[in-house]
Design a protein around this ligand. Structure first.
Ligand code: LP5
Ligand code: MN
Length: 242
């Protein structure tokens, strides 16, 4: 059994090299895997499933469908950029939408999967923003607006977010240790995989005296990408360059 994990591709028209690398990934290692977990921020942003007519979105959904049609299980946990991915995308791509935190058995190890933003509790402005925009009523109101208007609002939020991030200390945008420990405890696991922070590393934690491992996935950039491959007895980061 081979299980692959990836996150934070931020697919966008402005980054055709990343899209090409992801489509290559879907052609080759993806089709030989049994399961693939995309842990959020697959897209730079997702304005709603009615944006599936967009050429990039359609190409990605179609390429995913070619993988899922071959019997590969592809699952998606939403990120802070693409939490509006919905059932139309799921149907078109064959991808299963998961809750924001799930425990799955990865080669015999119960493993907590999440995007990772909920662990960044020191980022109070982001947590307040998140609480606001994840409310079903807020989402319904947002989606009731025309697509072009939604995209304009997202651009404004993106600009504000980038400006705010300049003023935030780096540590504030990383995970909070107490939040990490609480997540291990709450889910009764000793292994977790997440993305979001763009700080790829394997961290060892002690939670109530027990060793725990937290694997942070790598974001994809113009020059490189990375996925994590788990097989019986091995866990390997595979770099995708060029
Ligand atoms: O994404 P990233 O990694 O660069 O930064 C995140 C946090 N920022 C965000 C915002 C997203 O980047 C942009 C929104 C994506 C579209 C979502 C779909 C539509 C939503 C509409 C509602 C249903 O998530 C950033 C964190 C950073 O991670 C590190 O963890 O710091 O958080 C912020 O920057 C949040 C700001 O501090 C507060 C944002 C207030 C925005 C208020 C809106 C003002 C303009 C509104 C105009 C309509
Ligand atoms: Mn993110």
């Amino acid at each position: 059994m081979t299980t692959l994990f990836l996150s934070d591709l931020h697919l966008a028209d402005a980054q055709p090299g990343i899209t090409r690398r992801f489509l290559d990934f879907l052609r080759c290692p993806a089709r030989e895997a049994q399961a693939i977990y995309i842990l959020g921020d697959l897209f730079e942003y997702w304005a709603g499933d009615d944006d599936l007519d967009d050429a990039l979105n359609r190409e990605v959904a179609t390429a995913l469908r070619e993988v899922t049609d071959r019997g590969v299980k592809v699952a998606f946990i939403a990120g802070n950029r693409d939490f509006l991915v919905g059932t139309d995308f799921a149907q078109r791509s064959g991808v299963t939408l998961l809750d924001e935190s799930v425990v799955v058995n990865v080669e015999g190890t119960p493993t907590l999967l999440m995007h990772g933003d909920t662990l960044c509790t020191d980022d109070v402005a982001y947590m307040q923003f998140r609480n606001m925009v994840r409310k079903p009523a807020y989402i319904a109101q947002f989606l009731s607006q025309p697509l072009a208007e939604r995209k304009a609002q997202i651009a404004a939020i993106r600009a504000r977010s980038e400006a705010d991030k300049q003023a935030k200390a780096a540590a504030i945008m990383d995970v909070n240790q107490a939040a990490v420990e609480a997540a291990f405890r709450a889910h009764g696991v000793s292994t977790m995989i997440h993305g979001h922070t763009h700080r790829p590393a394997d961290h060892e934690h002690q939670v109530d005296g027990a060793p725990c491992t937290r694997i942070v996935l790598c974001d994809w950039q113009a020059s490189r990408g990375e996925y994590l491959r788990c097989e019986p007895g091995s866990r390997t980061r595979i770099a995708l360059g060029g």
